[in-house]
Design a protein. Structure first.
Length: 213
């Protein structure tokens, strides 16, 4: 499947959709705007409901040939034939998730400092999240790591990594300047009146920066 990861703009489902918009409609707009990897993240629903959402998002992402990652739950990821799972520091260890997911699916993990990033790399993660770069209402109570962790990741981390947390078109340049080559966003996309345009603009910034360096 998708062990060779190649992406620029990672979009995660959220709760704060623009009024009147639903998850599938917004994620389809994000895919049309160029999101090239998608994560289903919903902490407030039952596993049964998550499974149903995951099935629908699997169909949609398959139509756009974009990898689908499920947050927290390897069993749900396997049940819907998702491409991978995303873990937090308090979730199943990478080795356990790898055993469940097999060698060909993606196992990613959130990291908040270089020590966690190195540990994830050594444990065989396929990619890591680096953040939250800025304070964000999507992950309240989690201290921002600032662009200094982004610069450290750029200098040291050899597996694919993606900057996340409070990223918008207004501050993307700063994150890219610090060394990020992939960005991830929730509210800047799903809360936007125009998720497709928001993706296009972020992607243009990423591509523009990657071409310069
Ligand atoms: N992990 C680190 S920050 C974050 C997650 C899931 C939330 C990112 O959401 P937003 O709305 O793009 O700040
Ligand atoms: Mg988690």
């Amino acid at each position: 499947m998708h062990r060779k990861l190649d992406f620029k703009l990672y979009v995660i489902t959220g709760e704060n959709y623009h009024p009147g918009r639903g998850m599938l409609e917004v994620m389809e707009a994000a895919l049309m705007g160029g999101a090239d990897i998608v994560q289903l993240r919903d902490k407030d629903i039952s596993k049964r409901e998550l499974l149903e959402k995951a099935k629908r998002l699997r169909e949609l992402t398959a139509k756009y040939k974009v990898p689908l990652i499920i947050n927290d739950h390897p069993d749900v990821a396997l049940a819907v034939d998702a491409d991978g799972v995303h873990l937090g520091q308090e979730d199943l260890p990478i080795a356990v998730a790898r055993k469940m997911m097999g060698p060909h699916r993606i196992v990613g993990i959130s990291t908040h400092n270089l020590e966690q990033a190195r540990a994830a790399e050594n444990a065989g993660a396929d990619y890591i999240g680096v953040g939250p770069v800025y304070p964000t209402g999507t992950k309240p109570g989690r201290q921002a790591v600032t662009t200094s962790y982004v610069s450290q990741a750029a200098a040291e981390i050899r597996i694919p990594w993606v900057a996340i947390g409070g990223i918008t078109t207004d501050n993307a340049a700063e994150v890219l300047k610090a060394g990020a080559r992939r960005l991830c966003a929730v509210s800047a996309i799903v809360g936007n009146v125009d998720p497709e345009g928001a993706c296009r603009r972020l992607l243009e910034q990423i591509t523009g920066w990657n071409e310069r360096t």
